[in-house]
Design a protein around this ligand. Structure first.
Ligand SMILES: Cc1ncc(COP(=O)(O)O)c(C=O)c1O
Length: 400
């Protein structure tokens, strides 16, 4: 329709949201559906965080706040960066938004011009490329492989950089693969970036706390302090703090960038929810021990899912270091026919048939620029995961 802006023709609706919506609709129709599509923990928000929100409400903290965050929250964020990442930021270097998604959106929209290129290791989170396209710039996918644990290789990064490269958007642990980088592996990448002073780094550390088997988290500006002046370190509360619906994300970086992001936010949503901000102060300053308890549960689920998927005929499922996703390859299923006679040509065909025939909702690899594969979120009960994996095994066993 001619009335809709051309810029919207460049982007697609979020595939993960689309699959989750379809799964919800089928459930509402009475179908027996197990949804492994949403990127959110099934655990409830910790009680102390909810109590802080109730207190904020009772105290009348219900008015507009500073556009990019209350001073108390900015102070808690600076303390978090110092304590957990060894990074020193001033409150004037911090931006708070309505979810990590808005913070990313602000950073990219506030900096991109037509013709700019943004490098992203693929597979990568669904929204990066679309936000870049909305900004009139060009996403440049650099493929990673299961053989390298889905980690970007320094030589591949070096080859992808051109004079037009503005950002590297980087994410560890990764959505969708769960791959995480050690400090040494990050150093390999930061050494490349040092050779290209015009390239900035947007590091999406959303899954920082969701790391297993003793893997230690590291972030770019910490590993290479020389990159501090061209790094935006982004994080949020959705995943580790089980606060997806509260909508709070934040980032720290050079002041001129933070100011530009605030300018954009001041003309769109203004401040993130005042009550959520007070809850976030408690989340960051309060007890953190629930994270280890949740992670112990996530590890058990990951191990269960990886083992069961590797028993499914034709699937290959690497065991990731972090996040709550696995990313099995379905290459061997391509070209085969399902029990109901559907020919599988793509990973989208695979997940569509899996949903139709076995009632299991997953997200196709193409949505993450990484085919042929699919993403399973194991942030759901063990019983549901076992049943879903049994159905996937049956679906694969029936392929001819
Ligand atoms: C890698 C990554 N970055 C950012 C986000 C945005 O999270 P939120 O907007 O809920 O803070 C997500 C959520 O799925 C994600 O997976």
């Amino acid at each position: 329709m001619g009335f809709i802006a051309d810029s919207l023709n460049r982007i697609s609706p979020s595939a993960t949201i689309a699959v989750s919506t379809k799964a919800r609709e089928l459930k509402a129709q009475g179908r027996d559906i197990i949804s492994l599509s949403a990127g959110e923990p099934d655990f409830d928000t910790p009680q102390n965080i909810k109590d802080a929100a109730k207190k904020a409400l009772d105290q009348g903290k219900t008015k507009y706040t500073d556009v990019d965050g209350i001073p108390e929250l900015k102070a808690a964020i600076c303390a978090k960066f110092q304590r957990e990442n060894g990074l020193t930021y001033k409150p004037s270097q911090v931006s708070v938004g309505t979810g990590g998604k808005q913070v990313l959106y602000n950073a990219l929209l506030a900096t991109l011009n037509p013709g700019d290129e943004v490098i992203m290791p693929a597979p990568c989170w669904v929204s990066y490329a679309d936000i870049v396209l909305l900004g009139g710039a060009k996403p440049v996918f650099v493929a990673t492989t299961p053989e390298h644990g889905y980690r970007l290789q320094p030589a591949d990064l070096d080859r992808a950089i051109t004079p037009k490269t503005k950002w590297l958007v980087f994410n560890s642990p990764s959505n969708p693969t769960g791959a995480a980088y050690s400090a040494a592996e990050l150093k390999g990448l930061t050494d490349v970036l040092l050779k290209h002073p015009h390239v900035w780094v947007l590091t999406d550390d959303m899954y920082e706390h969701l790391l297993y088997d003793g893997h230690k988290f590291a972030t770019m500006a910490q590993v290479e302090p020389k990159l501090y002046d061209r790094t935006l370190t982004m994080n949020g509360l959705s995943k580790a703090y089980c606060m997806t619906g509260w909508r709070l994300g934040y980032a720290a970086g050079p002041e001129p960038l933070i100011k530009a992001m605030c300018k954009l936010q001041s003309q769109s949503t203004s401040n993130p929810c005042s009550i959520t901000q007070w809850a976030a102060v408690e989340a960051l300053n309060g007890p953190q021990d629930f994270i280890a308890r949740n992670n112990a549960e996530f590890v058990k689920r990951r191990d269960l899912v990886v083992a069961m998927l590797n028993q499914a005929k034709g699937l290959k499922c690497p065991k990731p270091e972090g996040a709550f996703y696995v990313y099995p390859s379905c290459a061997e299923a391509i070209g085969k026919t399902t029990a109901k006679g559907v020919v599988i040509k793509t990973d989208e065909d695979f997940v569509t048939a899996l949903l139709d025939e076995e009632g299991v909702a997953c997200v196709h690899g193409a949505a993450f620029a990484g085919s042929p594969a699919f993403r399973i979120s194991y942030a759901t009960s063990t019983t549901a995961l076992e049943e879903a994996c049994k159905r996937i095994q049956r679906f694969c066993a029936n392929l001819r």
